[in-house]
Write a protein that binds this ligand. Sequence first.
Ligand code: AMP
Ligand code: GLY
Length: 438
Amino acid sequence: MPRFRCPDKVNVLLLGTGGREHALLWKLRKSKRLGTLWVEPAANAGMLAMAQVCPEPTNDAFRLARWCERENIALVVVGPEGPLSADIATKLSDPPRRVVFGPTRAGAQLEWDKAFAKQIMRAARVPTADARSFSDAEQALAFVETKVDGCVVKATGLCAGKGVMVCKTPQEAARAVEECLVKKAFGEAGHTILIEDLLTGPELSVLALCDGQSFWILDPAQDHKRVGEGDTGPNTGGMGAFSPTPTATPDVLRIVERDVLVPTVDALKRMDIPFRGVLYAGLMLTPAGPKVLEFNTRFGDPETQPIMARLHGDLVELCWATATGQLSEVDLSFDRRAACCVVVCSRGYPGNYPKGLPIEGLAEAEATERAADEDIIVFHAGTTRKDGKIVTNGGRVVCVTALAENAERASALATLAASKISFDGAFFRKDIGRSLRG
Ligand code: AMP
Ligand code: GLY
């Protein structure tokens, strides 16, 4: 790649503390361009063991920018949506000395404001469920009475994956409206709601690196959002994911690129918003074709774990190219093996759960017996160190990711390795990728 411009050594600050970030860190550390890698003090125990700790509070962008200056940070990689919605990308970027991987607040509005995302999709004719937005409870209640075939009630702001209620009947929908608009269960994030048509079909996450002009569509991953086996129980941040996925045929990906990614980024461009980062389309493959359920403007968690496990290419270069508009100058490809990630969770998740419980079996999980061409990586998510021991510190605790010749084997191996991890109340779904196991 003769025309690609990037410093030989890049000092990187990685923001975020969970499983997605541990997978990004693991991949960043393989880069030949990596200088010093820094993480937040609140990063999980797995990350802290592999990086320097940035002493500044990450919610104080002014101090953080000064610290970046002193440490000669050239690239900031932003994992979660929170800092993006607080416009960390604008606040920390100082090109050409320092660039940020992740969109500005204006670009991230696709994620932090579902009503805005709907408007953009409507204007750009991106296929999505029909929806109306409401702030007034009476009007919303009158509308859901007409939705006899069910509907979906969504808080428009950021709710950590919890603000979406799939309602089979008008009565359920009325309760969801009351939760948001009367009881204010989601606070500010639920002051406005969307009520949209209920779609059916398998779900697919398509993540693309986007530099404002060009895309690299990453091999898709399939998330498992419900807490219970067989896709039952409440939604979570994600209980596991595998990649590649058989539903993402070349035809589907071509349609998603043509009808979703390109028109969305073009619509933002027309508003003078260059989108640089990950554009993540959460899709439903309906009988009428793929339709967008939501946009995220960052890597998915846990989709990133299997995606990073399979990515060939230098992640520092890819992030740099994305942040500087040079994606057409770099190359990436994927391991032909399949990857499956199983998330081991704390009892009670996605509701309340205890913290501080000692975790056993991390090394045993990684040492699970396997063939020479198979790999197992244990990414930490909600873990921390207490009195020298690794203990739980979140609902999603560790993400056990296996790479194997085919999806069936990766799924079986990840499930077996996850069973070696133990702490009081540990549980995980044993059916991640089971549809592929036959
Ligand atoms: P979202 O955060 O918007 O992706 O929604 C979370 C989950 O709710 C999705 O993964 C779907 O399972 C479900 N969902 C969201 N919108 C719809 C819809 N219009 N029809 C059916 N299910 C939906
Ligand atoms: N796994 C879903 C998300 O990252 O939003």
